[in-house]
Design a protein around this ligand. Structure first.
Ligand SMILES: [Cu+2]
Length: 260
């Protein structure tokens, strides 16, 4: 009996460790349903749960895939395997995924919008504050523009994978590592893991190729056409070009991160 109790206790301790190990920066809530109402948005929060090793988080940057040259993939087996889709995401959705930042200074004093080349707001950076390396959570609130699925498109869901960096030390890309910055980014296919570009995907000492997600499912009032069969799940994430362009914070026209 005593052994059994110990075994249960050990299992519970193991579970707690496992949960802590998984506590990367994620969105919550991370799911929503199609909403065709004008100006509809989904409210969510980026929750930062730890620093970089023993270093506090002093800056945070998040942006959505820009929907122009982002990588679009589809899955016909419930998300087990994904294949590149050779077309724009507008084959599947009318619009959606742009953001509105909810003003707040809970963790960081300064926030600025990041826009795509067409002026659509796709993200923000925040700085001027500090999240201790452990046992605290920063909750960054924002809204995501609601998604409308194209009636003739065959998507039954779309998952946005924003790119996120939690910055602990201002460095140049050459010094991105476990102690200086946590990246929550979907790795771009075809990029050499040993290259500088791959540094945007995260240090695998802690976690790499580990993006946050926001999944929107098709509404019941907009059923798939019979010609779509079972339909496909779609996911979209930033291209290498976008990562290089948007992983930058400017203040008074000066680049403040990464260090030049
Ligand atoms: Cu983590």
């Amino acid at each position: 009996m005593k052994h059994r109790k110990n075994a249960i206790l050990l299992t519970m301790v193991g579970a707690v460790w496992a949960i802590q190990g998984l506590a990367h920066t994620r969105l919550s809530p991370a799911t929503a349903e199609e909403n065709q109402a004008r100006h509809a948005t989904y409210t969510t929060f980026a929750n930062i749960t730890h620093g970089c090793g023993e270093n506090p988080v002093i800056g945070h940057i998040l942006f959505m895939p820009d929907q122009t040259d982002s990588i679009v993939e589809t899955s016909s087996d419930g998300g087990q395997t994904w294949v590149a889709y050779n077309g724009p995401v507008s084959d599947f959705i009318d619009a959606g995924g742009f953001i509105r930042v909810i003003k707040n200074r809970d963790t960081f004093d300064t926030q600025q919008l990041i826009s795509d080349s067409l002026g659509n707001p796709i993200g923000y950076w925040a700085a001027g504050g500090e999240l201790p390396p452990r046992n605290w959570v920063a909750s960054m609130p924002f809204r995501i523009q609601a998604v409308v699925f194209k009636a003739e498109g065959c998507a039954k869901s779309i998952t946005f994978m924003p790119a996120i960096a939690d910055v602990c030390q201002v460095t140049s890309p050459a010094d991105f590592n476990y102690d200086t910055v946590d990246f929550w980014v979907k790795a771009v296919p075809g990029v050499d893991p040993a290259s500088v570009d791959a540094k945007y995907f995260g240090d695998c000492t802690h976690s790499c190729d580990s993006p946050a997600t926001f999944k929107v499912t098709r509404g019941e009032s907009n059923p798939l056409l019979a010609s779509c069969g079972q339909g496909v799940d779609v996911r979209i994430y930033p291209s290498m070009r976008q990562l290089e362009e948007n992983f930058k914070a400017y203040w008074n026209n000066q680049q403040i991160w990464p260090a030049p």
